[in-house]
Design a protein around this ligand. Structure first.
Ligand code: PLP
Length: 372
């Protein structure tokens, strides 16, 4: 038998998800393609890493107790409501391993972050897309999503959504959770992009986890502390749910350095996140105002700290726009991999005032060169 015939069919058909942040080998560029804290990581991060690297001769604490305690304290939940992973990416993978069986239907708005579909496809699930309306700037319509909940094992929701930047109110999200509960459908809620928004406290559903046994929420250190290179994600659910997730979790999934550094950041560096939120709030207003002067058409505004910019009237697709910006030293996200109609959009974030001025210059030059 050929190796090809021994592989699971889900693997043979698999396309790896694509992401932004592909800066390697590109020299000195400004990365606007990944949505991380514009202030970079906290000044003391390297100090925390050095302190954390003692005793690596031992295996990590498999229960990751210290970091889970720090997270539980920050969010005012019990330690048993918290599960951590090597980035939220690991937790995204674990969820369908625990809840989704081959042939199950899972529902997700489209476009949305690609890792959910990847994990579900690996488990042999059938993915039902609920297209977000382009005419309505991709605003989520909860009643449409709720209407599709029949016979669905899990529904995914990303708040704010990647790549569109649109946010649903807490009330709307909890309506989805309540409707899904009636249908015995799990809700996977991604709040990894919410923490850098001024609306975090008002929109987050973390304080509702003990009220619903079908609600599972992920968050991450990656964006808030600008550290994609260390892999630390975390999640919340009621205790029974977290128990089941924990049962399927990879052993020693979080290294000792990650556990210790994560606990320090959670306890000591909340101010760093707060400062970034203030900066992003003012800079996104300036970016929007300046981009509206540069682009020869109205730019849809964002609920988040990244823009999902239509390219139709520039008469380019996302890869060409990315190339043109990169020639001017700025990396933006080619959105083609999110599926149609995202090949007609580009995604880019907001950073510090100086960097944003350089971004705006590159945008001006790109728009001029494309309009010639
Ligand atoms: C919406 C969303 N969720 C989750 C992730 C995964 O992040 P990490 O594994 O670094 O926590 C990303 C990364 O781009 C993301 O954009």
């Amino acid at each position: 038998m050929k190796l090809e015939d021994r592989v699971r069919p889900q693997i043979k058909a698999m396309m790896r998800p694509q992401h932004g942040g592909d800066v390697w080998g590109k020299g000195e560029i400004l990365d606007y393609s990944s949505n991380v804290n514009p202030l970079g990581h906290p000044e003391k991060l390297n100090e925390y890493i050095v302190q954390a690297s003692e005793g690596l001769v031992n295996y990590p604490d498999d229960s990751s107790l210290t970091i889970r305690e720090a997270i539980a304290e920050r969010y005012a939940v019990a330690v048993d409501n918290v599960l951590v992973g090597a980035g939220s990416a690991e937790i995204i993978r674990l969820f369908p391993e625990v809840f989704v069986s081959p042939g199950d239907k899972v529902l997700m708005p489209h476009p949305i972050f690609s890792e959910y579909g990847f994990g579900c496809r690996l488990m042999g699930a059938q993915i039902i897309d609920a297209p977000l309306s382009e005419e309505n700037d991709f605003r989520p319509d909860m009643s449409e999503l709720i209407a599709l909940l029949n016979d669905v094992k899990a529904v995914y929701f990303c708040n704010p959504n990647n790549p569109t930047g649109k946010m649903a109110a807490k009330k709307e999200v909890l309506e989805l959770v309540a409707a899904a509960a009636k249908k015995e459908t799990m809700v996977f809620l991604d709040e990894t992009l919410l923490e850098l928004s001024a609306k975090d406290a008002q929109v987050s559903c973390v304080d509702s986890i003990e009220s619903y046994d079908n609600l599972f929420i992920i968050r991450s250190f990656t964006k808030s502390f600008a550290m994609p290179g260390l892999r630390i994600g975390y999640s919340f659910g009621n205790k029974e749910l977290i128990n089941y997730m924990n049962a399927g979790r990879l052993t020693w999934n979080l290294g000792t350095v990650e556990q210790r550094v994560g606990a320090q950041l959670m306890r000591n560096e909340q101010n760093h996140v707060k400062k970034a939120v203030e900066l992003l709030e003012s800079e996104k207003v300036r970016m929007y105002r300046e981009m509206s002067k540069i682009l020869p058409y109205p730019l849809p505004n964002t609920d988040s700290y990244f823009f999902f910019c239509p390219l139709y009237q520039l008469k380019v697709k996302s890869p060409e726009f990315r190339r043109a910006m990169l020639e001017r030293g700025v990396l933006v996200r080619d959105c083609s991999s999110f599926g149609s109609p995202c090949e007609n959009y580009s995604r880019f974030c907001v950073k510090t005032p100086e960097m944003n001025s350089r971004f705006l210059e590159a945008l001006q030059e790109t728009v001029e060169s494309l309009s010639r």
